[in-house]
Design a protein around this ligand. Structure first.
Ligand code: A3P
Length: 274
């Protein structure tokens, strides 16, 4: 496992060979693409499943091989190859996900009519989720300890870049005509409401019955059950708001709070932590 830096951002070379980043820049976006963008461990797989369920209620199914795999546009998947190549010929509507910071996005994206969904989660729970994930995935550097991991996270020394640079990069796009920001905490608190919001944003409004069906199929227990035992069990762990309280010392929590205030005050962006 090694990481390299591209424009100051570090990427794991097993998942994201440098050439994929180059190919992403020139990747042709279609007007009916649905693009999900997120910082790692903020609920990407969850929102992807919600979008897929919304499409499925119109009878649209995606390629089988992608439905159970990490499918980020910048990834190379063993046995399948560079997804940026594969997606070129995938049928519409394509549901594309990515963790890359805004400056690495396909250059045609913002000028297109593609629907852009940005998924966000509070930084403390994001950090906890990342910490556990890195212990499970051999391709990622295993943190020496929780304390050293917290220091690295605060210093912004993270694959796919520092948390705040990443989320604020997307937040700057908030007035774009085709962008929807969703938060993990809102989805946890009222999933049907977020499904309703999302389906109308996608121009595919659902009946109330269909909203409830999508919410029920994508709530944590349902997704956890379907996925456990497969390779994909990496995608679900605890699925709660506030697990940070089981990990953070008071001092670490204060350091996160200070950084949160420093970086987000006056931006209009805020997160819930419980
Ligand atoms: P935890 O590690 O805190 O449990 P990503 O898909 O971006 O890697 O995000 C992974 C996080 O989303 C994990 O958080 C995972 O458990 C959580 N998650 C996945 N599906 C979920 C669901 N249906 N409801 C709530 N959380 C979910």
């Amino acid at each position: 496992m090694t990481y390299y830096k591209e424009r100051g951002i570090s990427f794991p070379d097993t998942f994201v060979p440098r050439s994929n980043l180059e190919h992403m820049k020139t990747f042709d976006i279609r007007d009916d693409d649905i693009m999900i963008m997120s910082y790692p461990k903020t609920g990407t797989w969850w929102i992807y499943q919600v979008v897929k369920q919304i499409l499925a209620s119109e009878g649209i199914q995606d390629e089988k091989y992608l439905s159970n795999l990490p499918n980020h546009l910048e990834f190379t998947v063993p046995g399948i190859g560079a997804l940026v190549e594969l997606f070129k010929t995938a049928p519409s509507p394509r549901v594309l996900t990515t963790h890359v910071p805004v400056e690495f996005l396909p250059s045609g994206l913002l000028g297109s009519k593609a629907k852009i969904i940005v998924m966000m989660r509070n930084p403390k729970d994001t950090a906890v989720s990342t910490f556990h994930f890195y212990q499970k995935v051999p391709e990622m550097k295993t943190p020496e300890s929780w304390d050293s991991f917290v220091e690295e996270f605060l210093a912004g020394d993270c694959p796919w870049g520092p948390f705040y640079d990443h989320v604020l990069g997307f937040w700057k796009l908030k007035d774009h005509h085709n962008i929807l920001f969703l938060k993990y905490e809102d989805m946890k608190k009222d999933l049907p409401a977020e499904v309703r919001k999302l389906s109308s944003f996608l121009g595919r409004p659902l009946t109330e019955e269909a909203v409830q069906a999508v919410a029920s199929a994508t709530q944590f227990d349902s997704m956890n059950k379907t996925l456990v035992g497969q390779k994909i069990d990496l995608q679900t762990r605890k699925g709660v708001i506030g697990d940070w309280k089981n990990h953070f010392s008071d001092e670490q929590s204060r350091a996160f709070d200070d950084q949160y205030r420093d970086r987000l005050s006056n931006t209009g962006l805020e997160f819930e932590f419980e």
